[in-house]
Write a protein that binds this ligand. Structure first.
Ligand code: SF4
Length: 265
């Protein structure tokens, strides 16, 4: 199998870095998933409802909370029809009640004038690699300046490490714009009493270096093309859709660099 990686998104790079084995099983081998975590399903469903909300205020026909809740539940149902959902502590009813409160809070947020939702981005990082992505939300503030937003749902308040990861993504998005833009993240925190927090992201404060990001993308490209993958066990194993394959693997328990021989006959 010859793999030629022409474009990479931040989420692809992050998923490769988080667990290369999971990345391979998903994106290269296309193994069917055995399960998905309720946390992931909840995050995708909240994101879908938030996208609908921001599109509706962009077009000045704001949706009601009831419609947003319906978008959330329809998205949940669709995802659930693909793979079984595994729960970790909270029931589906508890998770969905929490999401309803977050959607209500989201509707009260003032983000400024919405100028774009799920905006596609593509530009050249090097002669053989493009950066691709989608910006969750682009707004214009009262000073007329663009703001690039990323929306995150999280079980806890964000740390500086979390902010740095989001900032890296937004700095790359900003590279596609023709005018300067502020960077912001909106975190929908799924604590017992849910809260929404917005934070300005300052790359220099968070030690985000554009040159290092470009290098990381190029190294991930080379690693994928060379067939490099290994198991990186951690919190990401909870609800991993490929655990049935990963745990049955003869390399179970080992953490090793595994070159192209296993994948390419
Ligand atoms: S179970 Fe853990 S180590 Fe195995 S593929 Fe999934 S995330 Fe990676």
């Amino acid at each position: 199998m010859n793999i030629d990686v022409r474009s990479l998104s931040s989420s692809t790079v992050n998923s490769f870095v988080l667990c290369p084995e999971q990345f391979w099983l998903d994106k290269i081998d296309h193994e069917p998933k055995c399960q998905q975590s309720a946390n992931l399903v909840n995050g995708v469903a909240i994101h879908a409802a938030a996208e609908s909300w921001f599109r509706s205020i962009q077009h000045k026909v704001p949706l009601s909370l009831e419609i947003l809740k319906r978008v959330y539940r329809i998205t949940w149902g669709k995802l659930e029809s693909f793979n079984p959902v595994v729960y970790d502590g909270k029931t589906r009813e508890e998770i969905q009640a929490n999401a309803d409160l977050l959607l209500e809070l989201l509707m009260a947020e003032n983000v400024g004038e919405v100028v774009g939702v799920e905006v596609p981005v593509r530009y050249q990082l090097s002669s053989d690699l493009d950066f691709i992505g989608r910006i969750d939300l682009v707004t214009r503030n009262s000073d007329g300046q663009l703001v690039i937003w990323d929306l995150k749902s999280s079980a806890r308040r964000y740390s500086d490490d979390d902010f740095r990861r989001v900032c890296e993504q937004l700095v790359l998005y900003r590279g596609a714009l023709a005018e300067p833009a502020h960077l912001k993240v909106m975190t929908l925190v799924k604590t017992k009493t849910p809260v929404i927090e917005t934070h300005n992201l300052v790359p220099s404060y968070l030690n985000v270096r554009v040159a290092e990001l470009g290098e990381r993308f190029r190294m991930v490209k080379r690693s994928i093309e060379a067939g490099v993958h290994f198991k990186n066990r951690g919190w990401q194993c909870n609800g991993c859709g490929f655990a049935h394959v990963c745990n049955a693997d003869e390399r179970n328990g080992e953490l090793e660099l595994h070159y192209i021989s296993r994948r390419v006959a």
